[in-house]
Ligand binder design. Structure first.
Ligand SMILES: NC(=O)c1ccc[n+]([C@@H]2O[C@H](COP(=O)([O-])OP(=O)(O)OC[C@H]3O[C@@H](n4cnc5c(N)ncnc54)[C@H](O)[C@@H]3O)[C@@H](O)[C@H]2O)c1
Length: 342
């Protein structure tokens, strides 16, 4: 019995594949490598001493998906494969709907053909939109996200609800991630964005390693403690273990059907200035920065109420902010060019 992990060569996917292997799950990865390198999988194999079946392919390619389900005994699917840059999604929305929504539909169709019902979806805090109050809790209605990227996550959550209504055997979990940062403690795998990083920590790390001159902090006049945006940052290995916890939960609750959403976060908001300070202290590196105007669509502050995942999944984000910084820096300083040849 194997777990199919789509997008398993990417940032969160590779850390999750590692955690799955360490928890004795057998893994098949399908990834089109559009935003990743197969080197991440090789390194996961090296760290764990276990092998991964890697298939290069697109989630929108149903013939390929059918082949995978016929070649392997897939019992559960964890679906990471998606495009994820919020800003880019406003420029090329159709690509985002194609990959994120159509890709999910193709995968769910082929799962249905093969009577595979266990599905874990990479959702996001962005589904709470602008209208919900913090901290976000799973009982809130889905909101109106400010980007096409966010809209694709809301759409797939709606699709899952409809699939569960139509198929009494469907067992879905939506994991709503807050802000994953950090890297595996080995420093061998981590976040390797192509081009200019969209997220704060990879940018900070690239400034520290000398690839970029300075960090831009977008807005210092928000109604927060120090004026910069606040987010709920969690260690990517805690997030990875959240997927194992969700899969264990599905396996232990054989009578569960439907779709259940869980927030995966620490429950604390941390400001951009606090991130820069903690990074500097934890790594002894200096991060030059400038304050730039606010970015369209950025919310002032949000964080999770993660009680449901704490209680039902017996999962907790355990690693400290300092650990997140140290692990980010170990990865970045050991691999200044990411997975490319050094
Ligand atoms: N990183 C975050 O802050 C964050 C927050 C919330 C949700 N998410 C979601 O988590 C998931 C993983 O994010 P990540 O940060 O690891 O991103 P990532 O880009 O590192 O990983 C996505 C992987 O999917 C692959 N992929 C993209 N399109 C594909 C396609 N059509 N067919 C097959 N593979 C394809 C990419 O090559 C990549 O390996 C995504 O669904 C993302 O939307 C991420």
């Amino acid at each position: 019995m194997q777990v199919l992990v789509t997008g398993g060569a990417g940032y969160i996917g590779s850390h999750t594949v590692l955690s799955l292997l360490q928890s004795q799950y057998d893994v098949v990865v399908l990834d089109n490598l559009s935003n990743s390198s197969v080197e991440s999988i090789k390194r996961v194999e090296h760290i764990t001493g276990k092998s991964v079946t890697f298939i290069e392919g697109d989630v929108c390619d149903k013939a390929k998906l059918r082949q995978v389900f016929s070649d392997y005994t897939i019992e559960s699917v964890i679906h990471f494969a998606a495009l994820k840059a919020v800003g880019e999604s406003a420029q090329i929305p159709l690509s985002y709907y194609q990959t994120n929504v159509h890709g999910s539909v193709c995968l769910l169709e082929v799962m249905q053909e093969n009577k595979v019902n266990n599905f874990i979806f990479s959702s996001s805090a962005t589904v709470y939109g602008e209208e919900n109050q913090v901290p976000y809790v799973e009982t809130m209605k889905l909101g109106t996200p400010s980007s096409p990227y966010g809209a694709t996550k809301v759409m797939v959550e709606r699709i899952l609800a409809d699939v569960a209504l139509a198929n009494a055997k469907f067992r879905g979990v939506s994991l709503r991630y807050f802000n994953p940062i950090g890297a595996h403690e080995s420093g061998m795998i981590g976040e390797d964005p192509k081009g200019i990083p969209n997220n704060l920590l990879p940018y900070v790390a690239q400034v520290a390693v000398g690839k970029r001159d300075k960090l831009s902090i977008f807005g210092d006049d928000y109604p927060t403690q120090d004026g910069s945006c606040e987010r709920d940052y969690l260690h990517v290995m805690d997030l990875a273990q959240g997927h194992v916890a969700a899969l264990d939960w599905l396996n232990c609750h054989g009578d569960f059907t439907g779709v259940e959403a869980f927030n995966l976060g620490t429950g604390n908001g941390v400001s951009v200035f606090a991130i820069v300070n903690t990074f500097e202290q934890a790594t002894d590196q200096r991060i030059p920065f400038e304050v730039s105007p606010r970015r369209a669509g950025d919310l002032a502050a949000f964080w999770a109420n993660a009680t449901k995942a704490n209680q039902a999944l017996n999962w907790q984000a355990k690693r400290s902010l300092q650990q997140m910084m140290i692990d980010t820096w170990r990865w970045q300083s050991n691999n200044p060019n990411g997975y490319l040849e050094q």
